[in-house]
Design a protein around this ligand. Structure first.
Ligand code: DHB
Ligand code: MG
Length: 211
C-alpha cells in the first residue's frame, strides 16, 4: 500500500499523543474551522524552538490552543509563551487547552487585536509565530522584527495562502497582505529567511546580529 511521505514523517517523528488529539477534537466540536497547524507542522515548530533554545515566545492567533501546546512544550520550565487572540471564545478554549496539556503555568493569553497588543510588548522574544488574520501580517511583521532578539526566529504560517500568492489575478486583501509579508521577509537585510513547503507554507527567518 502506498503511504504518503507526510504520513511517513508523521509515523516516524510526530508523537501527537492523546492530549493534543483531544484538543483537536474539542476544537472541532466547538465548531472552529479546521485551520490549526498540522501535527507535523507542530513538530517542526517544536524542533525550531528547540534549535534556538527558545525561552520567551510570542504567538499571534491562538485559535483553540493547538499550536500553542506544541510551542509551550518546547520551552524550559521557566519559559513563557505569550499568545494573542482577538476572539474571546477562542481565547478561553486556548486557555483550557494549555491547562489540559499541563503548560498553563508558562502560558499567558492576551485577548485582543494584535495591532493594539503587540505595540505594548517589550523585547526580547526568542521566537515569534504569526498565525492570525492575514490582512494584519505586514503590521505583525514589523512588530515581530522589533520584538525579536538577534538570532531569534520569525515564523509565519500560511506563506503560500493556498497557492494564491502566485496567482497574479488574485488581488483579495488576504492574498495581497501575504505577498507583502513574504516580500518584506525576503528583502529585509535584518533577516535571513525562506519558506518551507510544509502544509500551507511556513516562512522561517532568523534575525541577524546587528552589523
Ligand atoms: C486559514 C487560516 C490559517 O491560519 C490557516 O493555517 C489555514 C487557513 C483561513 O483563514 O482560511
Ligand atoms: Mg495558519
Amino acid at each position: 500500500m502506498a503511504v504518503s511521505l507526510t504520513d511517513y514523517v508523521k509515523a516516524l517523528f510526530v508523537a501527537e499523543g492523546d492530549v493534543l488529539a483531544q484538543i483537536r477534537a474539542r476544537h472541532a466540536a466547538a465548531g472552529l474551522p479546521e485551520i490549526h497547524v498540522s501535527s507535523e507542522e507542530g513538530q517542526l515548530l517544536y524542533v525550531l524552538l528547540t534549535a534556538v533554545g527558545a525561552a520567551r515566545v510570542l504567538e499571534v492567533g491562538s485559535l483553540g490552543g493547538y499550536s500553542g501546546v506544541w510551542l509551550a512544550r518546547a520551552l524550559p520550565p521557566e519559559g513563557s509563551l505569550t499568545t494573542v487572540e482577538i476572539d474571546a471564545e477562542r481565547a478561553a478554549l486556548a486557555a483550557e487547552a494549555y491547562r489540559e496539556a499541563g503548560v498553563a503555568d508558562r502560558c499567558t493569553v492576551l485577548c485582543g487585536d494584535g495591532r493594539t497588543i503587540l505595540p505594548t510588548l517589550r523585547p526580547p522574544f526568542d521566537a515569534v509565530f504569526l498565525d492570525a488574520d492575514k490582512e494584519g501580517m505586514p503590521v505583525y511583521y514589523e512588530e515581530a522584527m522589533r520584538l525579536l532578539r538577534p538570532g531569534g526566529l520569525l515564523l509565519g504560517d500560511n506563506a503560500f495562502w493556498g497557492g494564491a500568492v502566485v496567482r497574479d489575478e488574485d488581488a483579495s486583501p488576504g492574498t495581497v497582505a501575504m505577498r507583502e509579508f513574504n516580500r518584506r521577509a525576503a528583502s529585509d537585510p535584518r533577516l535571513a529567511a525562506t519558506i518551507l513547503p510544509i502544509r500551507d507554507g511556513l516562512l522561517v527567518g532568523v534575525k541577524r546580529e546587528p552589523e
